[in-house]
Design a protein around this ligand. Sequence first.
Ligand SMILES: *[C@@H]1O[C@H](CO)[C@@H](O)[C@H](O)[C@H]1NC(C)=O
Ligand SMILES: *[C@@H]1O[C@H](CO)[C@@H](O)[C@H](O)[C@H]1NC(C)=O
Ligand SMILES: *[C@@H]1O[C@H](CO)[C@@H](O)[C@H](O)[C@H]1NC(C)=O
Length: 435
Amino acid sequence: MRVLEIVAGAAALAGFVQADVPQLPVPKTCSGVGQITYAHTTSPGWSAMKIAGNLKQVRTIVWDPLGNMLVSEATKGISVHTFGADGCINSSKALISNVQLNHGLAITPDGKTLYVSSETRAWQYSYDPATRTVSGEKIVVNGMASGIHSTRNLLVVPSQPNMVLLQVGSNANIDTASANKATGRAIIKIFDMSKVPASGYNYNTDGEVFGYGLRNEIGFTADPNGMIWGVENSGDDLTRTNNGQRQDIHKDNPSEKLNFLGDPLKTRDVWYGYPTCWTVWDPTPFGTMKTGSQFVLAPNATANDASCASVTPPRLSFQAHSAPIWNTFDANATNMYVTFHGSWDRQPPTGFKVVQIPFTKLANGQYDPVAPPDSMTGYKDIFSAQDPTRCTANGLTQSNCFRLTAAAWDPAGRGLFVGSDNSREGEIYLLSPTA
Ligand SMILES: *[C@@H]1O[C@H](CO)[C@@H](O)[C@H](O)[C@H]1NC(C)=O
Ligand SMILES: *[C@@H]1O[C@H](CO)[C@@H](O)[C@H](O)[C@H]1NC(C)=O
Ligand SMILES: *[C@@H]1O[C@H](CO)[C@@H](O)[C@H](O)[C@H]1NC(C)=O
């Protein structure tokens, strides 16, 4: 299948051309919304307020071209929210009711088409931003495998909106079968939505492979050049066996990852290492290896760390067990922001925060993190549970702390919207630069 038929004219890059959206003030509080439920710390230079509550588990936030906010609420569906002149929500309604929806939500740059996903399917809808209504429901992808990782992230390629990226995570902590791309797991595929067969695509047999060996790439976003950056949740409970000696390395390894996934119009079939090669966070157990290096769990003469040379390593590493869920750039890609859902596989717990990754534009025009790939300090907290080491994680959505998910930079200039899918209450917080 030849998928790349460039749509005439360069479409505006979603999230970077926002001239039509009126700018809004940062509210101090919003009537009827209340305070952020959980004890938190906001870093100097930022303010934080709760802008929406009483939602189901918030997973994804996207904006339509009029600045309306569309929210994916796991086990409920998609809601849409408008804002008043004070910057607060002034109307909310259900847009799509479907208890199977659990994360994925994407919109074309013209705002006319939505994509949503469940564990096994993706649907397309026509959307009208003026009336905030959908029509023309259509199943576009079927047959995604179920498994321990149930969310299926979606992204419309901004410069070619008929192309849609759709991700499936692994079916186990170490899913050896996923090394075979035909399993359709630990993978991101790309589908041409202008040619969907009447019964929808089959995930495993149709589409093209964008990247694989991605254990669970829950969030990905485009930079202003249209290059894709994804965040990956890596393994739990890892041990390393060297010369017959088995060592528990799980507390601070492997790293969670920020992957540069490349150009969705050109890049195909790149291997990111899973389930064979893992990334060093804390180099202490690894001799001379550095943060960002690749390792295998049980090196021997034929299969060892050097065998990972064909892996595309992450561009930046995060603390093990942070559980990054979503990433987004600010208005001119000066920084990326990542939400950390927080851990169960580490004592003391970690995560439960939003971090900022400073970016730079290189001489060749590419966007790139300021920190080198072996850095352990390439990002900093801007908003955090007051004491992440005391946050519980009973199941995926229960905690005495927020469980941060969605991250979306506001086209109306108020700052960063972040979601929480704590099952007690779905909340959305607004983090605003004060400087
Ligand atoms: C919300 O506020 C906007 C902007 O002031 C206004 O155009 C719209 O009519 C308001 N909607 C409701 C339901 O109050
Ligand atoms: C080396 O490790 C690989 C991967 O675990 C395994 O398949 C292979 O049998 C091992 N080789 C030897 C000689 O033990
Ligand atoms: C990016 O935007 C910020 C905030 O509007 C501004 O302070 C900064 O100068 C901009 N940077 C560039 C490179 O345009």
